[in-house]
Design a protein around this ligand. Sequence first.
Ligand SMILES: [Cu+2]
Length: 505
Amino acid sequence: MARGYGLETRATRNGWLAAALLLVASGCDRSNAPGSQDAVPLAARDVAQPEGWADELALPTAEDLNSDPDVLEIAIEARVADVEILPGIKTRAWTYNGGIPGPLIRAKVGDRVIVHFKNSLPEPTTIHWHGLRVANDVDGAPGVTQPPIEPGAEFRYEYTLTDAGTYWYHPHTDSSAQVGRGLYGAILVEDPADPDAFGDDLVMILSDMGLDENGELLPADSGGNFGDLFGREGAVLLVNGKVKPTLKVRNGKQQRWRIINATRARYYNLRLRNHRFMRLGGDNGLAARSADIYNLIVTPGERADAVFTPADAPGSRNVLRWVPTERGYGSTFNRAAEEMLYIETVADAPVTPEPIPTELRTIERLDLEGATALTLDLTIAITSTVEMGINGVPYWKTKPLEAKIGETQVWRIVNGTDFSHPFHLHGYFFQVVDDTRVPEWKDTVNVPTKSEITIAVRFDDRPGVWMYHCHILDHAEAGMMGTLVVRDPNAPAADAPPLPVHHKH
Ligand SMILES: [Cu+2]
């Protein structure tokens, strides 16, 4: 049965850029389609985790208000709350339901999700369901799919989960500021037909915060133009909202991690001494094949699904590290690896790790014959401000791209700028057109500086106006965002699509 389930220059020619970086850093279709997975079952096993193995990491789940097992009905309130990020210090942050991250939304393919959302923040907001193929009117793009939700107002989001995988939710209104203050949460969509593959599913949201010594959030515009240009990386690294938490493991007992990069700008290169990862997939669940890797790279907005086998002696402690990875001009200059997560081996579990299958899922390449070809040039103009755009146009002046349902398009995304940009498309999964990559469905892909990538996307359904943008949120808010109108050829011609709400400049 089928089951749903990078760069260039270093800073020598312009030292000011590197100096500025330091400044900033201190602060159910069963065919070949996304969601269908003709997969080789991963073997189930019954080795229990150590007691309290993930106590410091477990995410709270939202209370289900609906007794129907196929409906998950939850309440989410965005509000300012005091949270403890640094030990013993209260940080006044922006939260979903009072915590960072917000509640984990855990459900199964086919479930209906109803979210009663209330905005108790002092500013308008919206929620975008990153990676979920929802109808356009609940996609959360302010000015495009819905008006911003004003302070004190409520909004009902309702959608059906079509794809197994790891997703997340976050504001799409003034997104760098709002995500940076703590607004993000994880979504895990499982397929009941999938075996309990590794006995656990540790969902890990990686994020960072810019805090001063009193635990107060740095201003959203910290670093000024330089912050816009580099993207703001908070100096405090968080795993599920915690600073350097501890995960307890057993020697030989595999761990499966579902990793979400919820930062504004930070690229993760994760390394664990003496260990390698088997990457199973990412944005839309499993990839076609597993990949044995040492550097687990997750760029902003992306997800990774990876397994590793602890191999340390009982009583020892290992550390998962963030390792600087090149994302453009000055991004690795004078920066050292940082500790993120302690891994404590509490017992010897002489379990023979089961081999992970090489073939995970059938993913055929999209047929590109007759596909419409477009070029999207990611651009940066530096004057008295930093204005980013796509084909030289910021989102507040965007001229929408056009597509028809049933059409396949090939987008060549060209990045001639000095920075890498993780490119995200709402509403659809795409394939990267590159025979050297393991085939997988993605919604976010890194476009390294001074390079280009080509993606193929089939507009299977869901007419409406969709966003695409750089997922360095400072870049998106500086203009690197645009709209796409997907039209139903059988529907009457619609009005010209609206422009996204402009928050800055
Ligand atoms: Cu960017």
